[in-house]
Design a protein around this ligand. Structure first.
Ligand SMILES: Cc1cc2nc3c(=O)[nH]c(=O)nc-3n(C[C@H](O)[C@H](O)[C@H](O)COP(=O)(O)O)c2cc1C
Length: 173
């Protein structure tokens, strides 16, 4: 019998959405017979024992968080030798999904693809909880965006979409 594959699921988060999504992917994959390890990107010391890696980050100002880029650079050579899937979490995905917005969000991944091209990408909506933002300037900025009707506060994590992506990953990892 084939040994079940070991998958690292690692995340970079500011207010927890990327971590919640990592947990959902982990339980989906575990239920399909994979073994998974969940870890923030800064805590990853070695990926050599994993058969595949899934990495996801919150989007700030149109980009993955800096620690997510550090992770990609640090493990680039090893990520190139095993299946690597990547996801992003942002508020633009919580808006009405026109082709224009989907393309706009997909382009957030261009700098990631330039370092390691993922075998698959997940683009997900997260949550926006303004009172949990650590900086006052962020709080003000987001109150203005919400008042202007640009972004909606609250939890927009869509379990169905995440589980669809996990299902597709279970065939390629
Ligand atoms: C400082 C800051 C900048 C952000 N910039 C963007 C952005 O450029 N585009 C976007 O769609 N969402 C943006 N967001 C929304 C977050 O990506 C969204 O709330 C996401 O769910 C956060 O993930 P996290 O909970 O894992 O930190 C920003 C949020 C913060 C706090």
């Amino acid at each position: 019998m084939e040994m079940s594959k070991k998958i690292l699921i690692t995340y970079a988060t500011y207010t927890g959405s990327a971590e919640t999504i990592a947990g959902l992917i982990s339980s989906d994959l575990e239920s399909r017979g994979f073994r998974t390890s969940l870890m923030p990107m800064q805590e990853v010391k070695d990926i050599s024992s994993f058969d595949a890696v899934i990495a996801g980050s919150a989007i700030h100002s149109g980009k993955w968080l800096p620690e997510a880029f550090d992770f990609l650079e640090l493990f680039r050579d090893q990520l190139l030798t095993r299946p690597f899937a990547a996801y992003l979490v942002c508020m633009t995905m919580a808006m009405k999904k026109s082709e224009k917005y989907l393309q706009f969000v997909s382009d957030f991944m261009i700098p990631v693809r330039q370092i390691v091209t993922p075998v698959s990408e997940g683009h997900f909506a997260g949550k926006l909880e303004i009172r949990r933002l650590p900086s006052l300037s962020d709080k003000i900025k987001f109150r203005i965006s919400v008042a202007a009707g640009i972004w909606k506060e609250g939890d927009h994590i869509n379990r169905m979409e995440i589980s669809k992506w996990s299902e597709s990953l279970s065939h390629i990892l």
